[in-house]
Design a protein. Structure first.
Length: 155
């Protein structure tokens, strides 16, 4: 009976997040076996799914807009400038998006790119893991400031 009460309040889920159970490779926790379910349908299912679908479509539209923005800027950039994709494919960065963004920013600034161009390129990858739009913007600004400071120190 106590297990049922805890399951209903969600306590069981929160207490199962012990670091020793986390998969070191993926960072994910194991699945748990559902012992009992009432078989009911979530009353707000349609509205919930519609909201998720709207959010996904909005996110996809924003990414497409950024891609188009970058494509329009391509003629303005020097022809021999490496693309961010070259940095993303470089094994030296080990797929670490933050290191890739910083390395690209330093490279692009040292080859004459503007902060607006670099910001648009950095935003071409999915930054949703950084949090809200404000946190994503803060991340891009910090990366640009750090790259510019690094270039200044090197002069």
């Amino acid at each position: 009976m106590q297990t049922r009460r805890r399951l209903k309040t969600g306590d069981l889920c929160r207490k199962n997040r012990k670091a020793k159970y986390r998969d070191a490779d993926t960072g994910l926790y194991p699945f748990v076996r559902l012992i009992e379910a009432g078989g009911g349908i979530y009353p707000e299912a349609e509205r919930f799914v519609a909201g998720v679908r709207t959010e996904v479509e909005r996110h996809q539209a924003e990414r497409e807009q950024l891609r188009k923005q970058i494509a329009r800027m391509a003629p303005m950039l020097p022809k021999d400038l490496k693309t961010i994709d070259g940095f993303r494919a470089d094994a030296r960065y080990g797929g670490d998006g933050t290191r890739i963004d910083f390395a690209y920013a330093v490279y692009a600034f040292s080859h004459g790119a503007s902060p607006t161009e670099v910001a648009a390129v950095i935003r071409s990858r999915d930054l949703s893991h950084k949090g809200s739009d404000r946190r994503q913007s803060d991340y891009v600004e910090r990366t640009i400031k750090k790259a510019l400071a690094t270039i200044e120190r090197g002069r």
